[in-house]
Design a protein around this ligand. Structure first.
Ligand code: SAM
Length: 221
């Protein structure tokens, strides 16, 4: 399914409600906070979230940029954006906007202060050009953060790896040449390398029993 826009829309369109439940489950929130922290946002900043889905990151972003900042969520699945829109309406955020578009070529004119993508780059067959384009939209000193899941190598996580593999097979089956999880990991590594090679100042942390990896980079001044 990587890069297959029709399949992505069909899958996430069908599962938007269940996905939103999973995306906001207890425990997930702390990962989202760490991703938002990595952006080093200030009040008044503009942040673009690529593949924003149902908007599960919006409250963390809104807390940091405040009422005078701006958040733009880009996604191509109508059902996911509908839920994101409902979230925005419920909260009464007037500075959170949505765009239905392909995040690999987002309709965003920089410079912006930050770009966030959580659980998204693993869906692109080749994430490098997209990530480089995102970094190009950043103002000097602006930050990008990519949060992604992968198999955990920790012994304590072994019983959960089976469930993780099954989820990846459903959500990101890959192209059949290698296992879906290996293929996902290759794409996530490519995205992280794109951040590292374009942002001399960068970092990486692992959490969630080793299932989650957060890579960030800062565009040079
Ligand atoms: C796993 S969900 C992650 C949603 C959200 N970032 C989160 O953390 O909950 C992946 C999202 O990426 C979107 N997506 C996948 N490929 C995309 C593309 N090329 N352009 C825009 N959105 C895309 C899907 O529609 C879906 O909403």
């Amino acid at each position: 399914m990587p890069n297959d826009v029709g399949a992505t829309q069909a899958f996430y369109g069908r599962w938007a409600r269940a996905y939103d439940w999973l995306a906001t489950a207890p425990g997930v929130e702390s990962w989202r906070e760490q991703a938002a922290d990595a952006l080093d946002l200030e009040a008044g900043d503009t942040v673009v979230e690529m593949g924003c889905g149902t908007g599960a990151n919006f409250s963390n972003l809104r807390e940091r940029v405040g009422a005078e900042g701006r958040i733009v969520g880009v996604d191509l699945t109508r059902g996911m954006l509908r839920r994101a829109g409902e979230r925005i309406d419920r909260a009464g955020w007037e500075n959170v906007h949505l765009a239905r578009a392909d995040a690999r070529r987002p309709p965003v004119e920089g410079p912006v202060d930050a770009v966030l993508a959580t659980f998204v780059v693993g869906m692109f067959a080749d994430p490098r050009p997209a990530v480089e384009r995102w970094i190009d939209t950043l103002a000097p000193g602006g930050r990008i953060a990519l949060l992604n899941a992968g198999r955990s190598r920790r012994r304590v996580a072994a019983p959960f790896n089976l469930g993780f593999r099954a989820f990846v097979r459903l959500a990101a089956p890959g192209d059949g040449r290698i296992s879906p999880t290996a293929s996902l990991e290759q794409r996530v590594t490519t995205a992280r390398d794109a951040v590292y090679s374009n942002c001399p100042e960068h970092g990486f942390e692992e959490f969630g029993l080793g299932y989650l990896g957060l890579a960030w980079g800062e565009r040079p001044e």
